[in-house]
Design a binder for this molecule. Structure first.
Ligand code: ADP
Ligand code: MG
Length: 447
């Protein structure tokens, strides 16, 4: 694998700028994998992984495929260099060509995300109550508030908190059976169980659990048979003093289509909400995330990022990733100025322009602007050009002629041809379509 990677790097050095190679690709370390159809590359931190996935993945895939002569499954994982022997972090996986095998879940903590724990949950006025309730429940499951119902708008930490409950319970009572499931998964598993005539084992799975954590309960609304099944699961667990925790983006009474008998049960225990965080809490969360990711961030910059109008923590995490990636890419330290610059890009670019698209495509495919606007016909240049034309057509209201002009004065039939070609490839190639979706997100800055 090492020599495959070295040869791929050689090929890539013909396609990408030297600066990019040095900054983004040389730090990647190929790891040995038992499976010869997988090439695992270790990156120094999580935002690096994200950046490679967002901007270099397809370039990497095509170069590696060319060198090896066969399709390979490429995994970019996060690893603190230089100790490169054992991977202990859960891999951030990028899927190509092959679906990942489902990972068998350990029997006593079904579906829990071990990333979300109490120790990395920042407590502020906005979430103090929900945190205290969650912590209380996790110390005495089934004995304090049952059920515990946590609600808030998206991105304020519900999923984090309910996973933290599960992780805490498992850490102090390893024999306790904890199940985390989103309402959607619960529904899908139920439908599958019905069609496979395995309802018994489905019921057993959830009715034998000691702590049941159900996420995104708002999706129960209008799903009659799921509600029915869930009602019996709820009763069984409740009658045996097992703990039930629910998270939802709406209060029980505001979930449309929720049966009264369930709504009233959801209200039996404690209802705790999480409010949008104030600027101090937002800054503390950002600082905490930066610390966990090994990003050197001053308090001032954390405040700058926190003082945007967004209260969705996921959005704030996105800013942090961008700032860190930008700093790494340009070699500049993370200052307030740099944060302003990145935020300006992220915040004020409401409408996408053809230039935005061109800029992102050029970066993503590692070709030069001159080449993109040239008439060169080799695939590594013509294809990104066609993709950019297609996206320009899709994402802006510019007329064909104007789009052609932006690409070095092409005529409108060239744009029409490009749009047709990319459209038809999208219809036939799932991976290609997914890559373009991601590219669109990058352009809109909502990845
Ligand atoms: P929700 O389920 O309410 O939509 P999540 O639990 O998925 O929100 O939170 C979104 C992101 O924000 C996650 O990465 C989570 O770790 C982070 N987050 C939210 N609140 C906090 C907090 N108080 N401390 C640390 N991280 C938080
Ligand atoms: Mg959630």
């Amino acid at each position: 694998m090492k020599s495959l990677w070295e040869n791929s790097l050689r090929l890539l050095s013909e396609r990408l700028d030297k600066k990019e190679i040095n900054r983004w690709l040389l730090p990647l370390i190929p790891l040995d994998d038992d499976d010869p159809s997988i090439l695992t590359l270790a990156a120094p931190n999580k935002f690096f992984v994200k950046w490679i996935n967002d901007y270099y993945l397809s370039t990497l895939i095509s170069a590696i495929e060319e060198v090896s002569g066969r399709p390979l499954f490429i995994k970019i994982i996060c690893k603190n260099i230089p100790s490169q022997i054992k991977i202990t972090e859960p891999p951030a996986v990028s899927l190509t060509h092959k679906k990942a095998e489902p990972v068998p879940l350990p029997p006593n903590n079904l579906g829990l995300n071990d990333k979300y724990v109490f120790t990395n949950f920042v407590v502020g006025d906005s979430n103090r109550f929900a945190h205290a309730a969650a912590f209380g429940v996790s110390n005495l499951p089934g004995k304090t508030y049952n059920p515990l119902f946590i609600h808030s708008p998206a991105g304020l930490g519900k999923t984090h908190l309910i996973n933290a409950i599960g992780n805490h319970v498992v850490s102090i009572h390893p024999d306790t059976k904890v199940s985390y499931v989103s309402c959607e998964n619960f529904t899908n598993q139920m439908i599958k169980a019905i069609s496979e005539k395995s309802m018994e084992s489905f019921r057993k799975l959830y009715r034998n659990t000691d702590v049941l954590l159900i996420d995104d309960v708002q999706f129960l609304g209008d799903k009659e048979s799921t509600q029915e099944e869930f009602f019996y699961t709820f009763n069984t667990l409740y009658d045996q003093n097992r703990q039930i925790v629910l998270a939802s983006d709406k209060k029980p009474k505001d979930i449309p289509g929720l049966e009264d008998r369930l709504r009233s049960r959801f209200e039996w225990g404690l209802i705790a909400d999480i409010q949008p965080p104030d600027v101090e809490t937002k800054a503390a969360i950002i600082s905490r995330k930066a610390h966990d990711e090994g990003i050197d961030l001053s308090e001032g910059v954390a405040y700058r990022l926190a003082s945007t109008e967004d209260s969705n923590i996921r959005v704030l995490e996105g800013y942090l990733v961008r700032v860190a990636a930008y700093s790494s890419m340009t070699g500049q330290p993370i200052t307030i100025n740099l944060a302003n610059h990145v935020l300006q890009d992220a915040l004020y670019k409401k409408e996408v322009t053809v230039d935005d698209i061109i800029k992102t495509v050029v970066l993503r495919f590692g070709i030069s602007l001159t080449d993109l606007k040239s008439s060169k016909k080799n695939k590594s240049i013509a294809e990104p050009r066609q993709i950019a034309m297609y996206l320009a057509r899709k994402m802006t209201d510019e007329p064909l002629i104007r789009i052609g002009e932006k690409f070095g004065g092409k005529d409108h039939s060239t744009v029409v041809h490009a749009v047709k070609k990319i459209k038809s490839r999208m219809e036939n190639d799932f991976h290609f379509r997914r890559d373009l979706d991601q590219l669109e997100k990058n352009i809109r800055g909502v990845d």
